[in-house]
Ligand binder design. Structure first.
Ligand SMILES: *Cc1c(COP(=O)(O)O)cnc(C)c1O
Length: 397
């Protein structure tokens, strides 16, 4: 007979999902109510306010899409791209390539700014491409490339886009809650994220926000959005606060309690304080890894604090180390993707995973396993290096 599923308790330090705080897991177990229940509607309104706080925006259309981050990506492209539209898309990792795929499937014409894996998007290259394609009205890029750990300058890229009369579609799946993101101050037009990265919620929800310019573009479409589920005009009828809510789909009620709780926790900590915590813990992890003789592959001023790509030392079997970490310490690290497969580990310090306990576990466990596999390391020196940085400041949690 098949019995109840009881997952092992892991420490999640890969590219997402991140560790989920017990408060968020507890919220999931609260009683399910109807998704048109007045109490639920109140919770939804709070959720939208909390998302505005996280995104740093006043955008009325700010809501969680009832599906994972990939659906956040898709809702932006299916609504903003019409057949024949030229869209400039920056590719410096897996997720930029997925954006291109989205453009093609919506009938758009992708114009690729090809970047290097492990590097930020080059603003000069974007500028040149926009100059060469004056008909393009959209620029799409990933702020935090989770596949490599590179951070692109969303503010500068948006400024260039607007100078060329383009709107921006920004992937902030891993950025939101983990590194500076200012939707209004930077003038980002359509931004999507995910619940399971730096918000530390369970996977399956995609917070999105659309500015007025983006909505105007949706209103002026000549063709119907080909996805019924993701058609903003219909979704808005369900999520907008003004009129009575009309049934569109059954909201994932308990998952939304969880997102609400994770955002309450972010608000309690403070958004800027959360950014600072991620940066601080990144410095501590980096000190420990460097003391082990390991190198981060992204240039220092283009690194994400929440996703650290580490070169696997010569002679070490990348996958073997990860499976031993999982077996011996219940610790999950991420593997490399695409060109970087077999060459790097991806160490996430996202949301609730970004805390001293995890850093010490990761550095100590890596030191042990590398030594066991014949790559001599000085675990004591590495833990000392972590502690030295952690001692410089001790932020929550
Ligand atoms: C995780 C991620 C996605 C996709 O999110 P899912 O929830 O896995 O669908 C998209 N973009 C980036 C940058 C991501 O890190």
């Amino acid at each position: 007979m098949i019995r109840s599923f009881n997952p092992p308790v892991r420490t999640l330090m890969g590219p997402g999902p991140a560790d989920v705080h017990p408060r968020v897991l507890a919220a999931l177990a609260r009683p399910t109510i109807g998704h048109l229940d007045p109490a639920f509607v109140t919770m939804m309104d709070e959720l939208k306010d909390l998302l505005r706080l996280a995104f740093r925006t006043e955008n009325a259309l700010t809501m969680p899409v009832s599906a994972p981050g990939s659906a956040g990506m898709e809702i932006c492209f299916v609504n903003l791209v019409e057949p024949g539209d030229e869209v400039v898309v920056c590719i410096n990792g897996v997720f930029g390539a997925r954006m291109k795929e989205n453009i093609e499937r919506t009938g758009g014409i992708p114009i690729v700014v090809q970047g290097q894996w492990g590097r930020a998007v080059d603003p000069n290259q974007v500028e040149e491409t926009l100059k060469a394609h004056p008909n393009a009205r959209l620029l799409a890029f990933v702020q935090a490339e989770t596949s490599t750990g590179a951070s692109s300058d969303a503010q500068t890229l948006a400024e260039i886009a607007h100078r060329h009369d383009c709107l921006t579609i920004v992937d902030a799946v891993t950025a939101l809650g983990g590194s500076p993101l200012e939707v209004d101050a930077w003038g980002l037009d359509a931004v999507y994220s995910g619940s399971q990265k730096c918000l530390s919620c369970t996977p399956g929800l995609a917070p999105v926000t659309f500015g007025e310019r983006a909505l105007e573009k949706v209103r002026q479409r000549k063709t119907k959005v080909q996805s019924w589920f993701l058609d903003l005009n219909l979704v808005m009828g369900y999520w907008s606060g003004e009129q009575k809510r009309t049934y569109h789909h059954t909201a994932p009620v308990n998952a939304l309690y969880a997102l609400h709780e994770s955002l309450v926790m972010l608000a309690e900590e403070g958004v800027e304080q959360a950014w600072e915590r991620h940066a601080h813990h990144h410095r501590a992890l980096r000190a420990g890894l460097e003391a082990l003789g390991l190198e981060l592959i992204v240039p220092v001023d283009e690194r994400l604090p929440q996703l650290n790509s580490v070169a696997v030392p010569g002679g070490i079997d990348e996958a073997l180390v990860r499976s031993r970490l999982l077996q011996h310490y219940n610790l999950e690290l991420g593997a490399g993707l695409g060109d970087l497969a077999g060459k790097i580990w991806r160490i996430g310090l996202m949301g609730y995973s970004s805390r001293p306990t995890n850093i010490l576990l990761c550095v100590g466990a890596l030191a042990n396993e590398l030594s066991a596999l014949g790559h001599r390391t000085d675990a004591g020196a590495a833990l000392e290096a972590v502690r030295t940085v952690l001692d410089q400041k001790t932020p929550a949690p």
